[in-house]
Design a binder for this molecule. Structure first.
Ligand SMILES: Cc1cc2nc3c(=O)[nH]c(=O)nc-3n(C[C@H](O)[C@H](O)[C@H](O)COP(=O)(O)O)c2cc1C
Length: 367
């Protein structure tokens, strides 16, 4: 499989650098952003989920209607939608988009955030429920035969799904997280496993654990690995570092002014992925070739927050390091959302692909 690129969906012009107060969806912006991703040949856009945030399904369907090739990754927390409803909603989007729907499952990383929408299960149980949920969706997608379910979290009788995925079997299933439960559920059931950007050594450790879980589950294949970065890029190293420090100042200033999504006095995060980022941040500001951690500490590691700083060539080389490690899906999004997506589309994506093509041709030549 070729290396693929992912971006994140932004429904309006608000950014972490310039947060707009209570911004609504701006349909023109959403269309422009999505079409740029499509035109610059990103493969996917993730439509994120948050208890306070926009509905990913209607947002995803809107993106599908204005793009041709871009695949739409719907972030989904099992507590928010009954599994039979989710199976049909995802298959509906798959049919509307002619086979471009993907689902990214989130067990839920924070008790406080889960409680906001009535979910009071502990973390371990949330993962156990996720396991059952994925099995139900796969069963519902596989065949139109009615079936009963008598599980721990869900029970139903004679559910029949006539809304099937375009490929007739399944929609790609992704799982994200960095806890032992995430590795187990994702390793055994996911087509794609999502990680946040960590140094090469730590990323390799995570990949090995995911692959070990896949093997333990008796799989003959294994999940494709997705890693996420926030590149801060410019023509020269010097310009990129100046931009990185401007970015950091804005993140810190906005948080101190109460304009960031994370309050100034936020408690330590409960999800292991964020805890790992904060722990690794203690080892140094710059790790490996260009992985930069001050953006992690400035935001309390809320979401994907590890930057890559440097010239276009440095970013390209850094991403290739992760491809060499086994990452097949690379998620990149900046801080100046639309402009950064265009910059990557013009100067990063084509050059990473060119390099990989060159290597492929070279490798073929030796056979
Ligand atoms: C690539 C990726 C994307 C994610 N997207 C979301 C999201 O949209 N919404 C959300 O609440 N959590 C999101 N998460 C967070 C985790 O899925 C979440 O914290 C997890 O349920 C528990 O994490 P843990 O296993 O590391 O403790 C994402 C994680 C990764 C790796």
């Amino acid at each position: 499989m070729p290396t693929e690129f992912i971006s994140l969906t932004f429904p309006n012009a608000s950014t972490e650098l310039n947060p707009l107060p209570n911004p609504a969806i701006d349909p023109d912006y959403l269309t422009r952003y999505a079409r740029n991703l499509d035109d610059y040949e990103y493969n996917y856009t993730l439509v994120p989920y948050d208890s306070s945030y926009f509905d990913p399904f209607t947002t995803g369907a809107t993106i599908a209607a204005v793009t041709k090739n871009l695949k739409i990754i719907i972030a989904l927390r099992p507590n928010t939608l009954y599994p039979t409803v989710a199976a049909k909603a995802l298959a509906t989007l798959d049919q509307l988009s002619r086979g471009r729907a993907v689902v990214h499952f989130i067990a839920g990383g924070s008790d406080v955030e889960q409680a906001r929408e009535g979910d009071f299960l502990g973390k371990e149980e949330r993962y156990a429920r996720l396991e059952e949920y994925i099995k139900i969706l796969k069963r519902a997608w596989e065949s139109p035969e009615p079936f009963d379910w008598d599980g721990k979290y869900y029970q139903f009788k004679q559910f029949r799904n006539l809304v099937r995925p375009v490929n007739g079997t399944s929609i790609p299933v992704s799982v994200g997280g960095s806890s032992a439960e995430a590795y187990r559920i994702g390793g055994s059931l996911a087509d794609i496993f999502g990680l946040w950007g960590e140094p090469l050594k730590e990323t390799k450790e995570q990949i090995d654990r995911i692959y070990a879980e896949a093997e333990k589950a008796g799989r003959t294949d294994r999940p494709r690995i997705w890693v996420t970065f926030r590149p801060i890029v410019a023509e020269t190293e010097e310009l990129a570092w100046a931009k990185a420090h401007r970015t950091l100042d804005a993140l810190k200033g906005n948080r101190a002014d109460g304009k960031a999504r994370v309050p100034a006095e936020a408690p330590p995060p409960q999800n292991v992925g964020s805890q790992r980022l904060l722990e690794i941040a203690k080892k140094g500001e710059v790790q490996d070739r260009a992985l930069w951690y001050p953006t992690v500490t400035a935001t309390n590691a809320r979401g994907a927050s590890t930057a890559l700083v440097g010239s276009f060539q440095t970013i390209i080389d850094s991403l290739l390091d992760y491809v060499d490690l086994g990452a097949e899906l690379i998620s990149i999004r900046g801080y100046d959302n639309l402009n950064d997506a265009i910059d990557y589309g013009r100067y990063v994506l084509p050059r990473v692909r060119e390099e990989l093509k060159k290597r492929e041709n070279g490798a073929n030549g030796t056979h």
